[in-house]
Write a protein that binds this ligand. Structure first.
Ligand SMILES: Cc1cc2nc3c(=O)[nH]c(=O)nc-3n(C[C@H](O)[C@H](O)[C@H](O)COP(=O)(O)OP(=O)(O)OC[C@H]3O[C@@H](n4cnc5c(N)ncnc54)[C@H](O)[C@@H]3O)c2cc1C
Length: 293
């Protein structure tokens, strides 16, 4: 199938893009890498009247470190994230996760901003934003809004962005020296969307965890920051503690059924990942020896 007829405008600046979006409202769509937008248009899942191409806006590209904040422009491509020394040094979770996003051809065009604005619940990057405590920076004609990642994703393919706004950047606190991360997803093939995944960021202290953010994805209508993490922080880690966290996680999650997995299978996989995550973060294979409890 081919997309319905549409008009095309190449934005010459951020203000020009915002003017076009303001004038056309929800009849317009922003084009970044096109890796989700174009398939959706070709399948006629959406039929915008106007495409606002922001691909030439170099001011929206790039990765910069200022103090302990890492700012990533919305148009930064997945391949640029994968190759960045700044990301390796300050947000290594993202470096590890990016290799699981689709395939090289898609990573060469797909962008961070596009992936977050698209808000697929099975996507890796929204979960990383939750785990890394990101702030999403959006701009409209009346000014800029800074939205905590936790409040940005509001449902399946839904975010706090209005049709007149652009996602312009993401800001991440650089991870401290005593931090550790974990990323794993179950997928039918490497590069497929996840059946279930976990992105986690922790601070390791003493013989346990001083902080832990567990972001599960493909568990419902959006990535979820699990409250069960609080049961694993500031305690002496034992298999019983981990088992207690698994029970709390299972009660907290409300996964969906689909052709890839049932809700109960997703609940089981989430517990398996939680156990593996804690064992990996602490270098304690003994914690994983008993399985998912
Ligand atoms: C075969 C295939 C497999 C894939 N597998 C995965 C996968 O495993 N994991 C995964 O996460 N993704 C996957 N993707 C999606 C891919 O990662 C896309 O690159 C990404 O979702 C969107 O980025 P983009 O820059 O291409 O956005 P686009 O397709 O250009 O835009 C996506 C949506 O975001 C909006 N948008 C884009 N940029 C902005 C902005 N700056 N401000 C406001 N709105 C904006 C658009 O209007 C559109 O609604 C896959 C895609 C394909 C085709």
């Amino acid at each position: 199938m081919k997309a319905s007829a549409f008009s095309y405008a190449r934005a010459t600046s951020v203000s020009n893009a915002l003017e076009l979006l303001q004038a056309h409202g929800d009849r317009a769509k922003v084009l970044s890498g096109g890796q989700s937008l174009m398939p959706a248009m070709n399948l006629r899942l959406i039929s915008p009247e106007l495409i606002v191409d922001i691909g030439e806006l170099t001011e929206l590209r790039g990765i910069a470190v200022s103090g302990n904040i890492l700012r990533i422009g919305a148009l930064t491509r997945h391949v640029d994230l994968a190759r960045s020394d700044e990301i390796v040094a300050h947000a290594p979770l993202l470096s590890e996760a990016i290799g699981h996003v689709a395939h090289p051809a898609i990573r060469n065009r797909g962008t961070l901003g596009g992936s977050l604005a698209h808000a697929d619940p099975a996507s890796e990057l929204p979960a990383c934003m939750l785990a890394l405590n990101a702030t999403i920076v959006v701009r409209g004609q009346t000014g800029e809004r800074r939205i905590a990642a936790q409040d940005f994703f509001t449902g399946i393919y839904e975010t706090a962005l209005s049709p007149e706004e652009l996602l312009v950047a993401v800001e991440l606190p650089a991870v401290p020296k005593n931090s550790a991360h974990f990323f794993h997803e179950f997928a039918r093939r490497h590069g497929d969307y996840a059946i279930l995944g976990l992105a986690a960021q922790a601070i390791v202290g003493g013989d346990g965890l001083a902080d832990l953010r567990l972001a599960f994805f493909a568990v419902g209508d959006r990535a979820v920051l699990a409250k069960a993490a609080s049961r694993l922080v500031g305690v002496a880690m034992t298999p019983a503690v981990v088992a207690g966290a698994c029970t709390a996680l299972s009660e907290e999650l409300d996964p969906h059924d689909d052709q890839q997995a049932s809700a109960s299978m997703r609940r089981h996989l989430a517990k398996v990942l939680l156990v593996r995550c804690v064992a990996t973060l602490l270098g304690r294979p003994d914690l994983a020896a008993g399985g998912s409890a």
